[in-house]
Design a protein around this ligand. Structure first.
Ligand SMILES: [Mg+2]
Length: 226
């Protein structure tokens, strides 16, 4: 695998261990309206923009005979829970080392996240190493049309770096994000959540991504690439 022109990083569940916290916040909000979310439903929310998730969850609540909520009514319950949890999110193992490695060898990086600018600022504040990634596409970016699983986030990130998306390595944890990166033509690397394995893992990600067991592996792959 030749050296990429750039690395495009997802944030939640890839660089920061926020996904269990996001899931807990959606679960508590849905439960508030009488609907318990299944592990499969929580997995389907992973990697997507907050408003896209809110539309999905309020649909599930209504379909189960719960109240017909607006996205704003659901988020009024969900956001305070999420914000209190997310400021405590630790890095994923190896994430600070990988970002520092790319910086040290001059490999361009961009953040390609569904999270809003405000949410990223909140989560990133305790993690100065994330400041190494200066080029960012947020879920509420004015130039962004469609969220993941559409390819737009990765295409825009590559364009801002001045490289072709097809020459980039993309790093994702979610099926929606991996689909977005594959559709953009990136070489996709997936760090699957620990509970996914065997056939469920095979089914979850499109194409033939490189499956990672940790991010330290990526440093070794970059060092080995010609
Ligand atoms: Mg993610």
């Amino acid at each position: 695998m030749v050296l990429p022109a750039a690395c495009l990083f997802d944030l939640d569940g890839l660089l920061l261990d926020t996904e269990p916290l996001h899931a807990r916040a959606w679960q508590q909000a849905a439960r508030h309206f009488g609907r318990e979310l299944t592990p499969e439903e929580l997995m389907a929310l992973r990697g997507r923009r907050r408003l896209d998730c809110a539309d999905q969850v309020r649909g599930w609540i209504a379909a189960a005979g719960g109240p017909a909520l607006s996205a704003a009514e659901l988020l009024a319950v969900r956001q305070p829970i999420a914000e209190a949890l997310l400021v405590q999110a630790p890095p994923m193992p190896g994430a600070p080392e990988l970002v520092e490695h790319c910086h040290a060898v001059g490999l361009p990086m961009a953040l390609a996240t569904s999270s809003s600018r405000e949410a990223v600022a909140l989560k990133a504040a305790p993690h100065p190493w994330l400041a190494r990634i200066g080029v960012r596409v947020h879920g509420d970016d004015p130039e962004l049309e469609r969220g993941k699983p559409a390819p737009d986030v990765f295409l825009l990130a590559a364009r801002r770096l001045g490289v072709a998306a097809t020459d980039c390595w993309a790093f994702e944890d979610s099926p929606a994000g991996a689909a977005a990166a594959a559709a953009a033509g990136c070489r996709v690397h997936v760090l699957p959540p620990p509970h996914l394995d065997g056939p469920a893992l095979e089914r979850s990600y499109p194409g033939e991504p490189t499956l990672l067991s940790n991010l330290h592996q990526v440093i070794r792959a970059l060092e080995a690439a010609p």
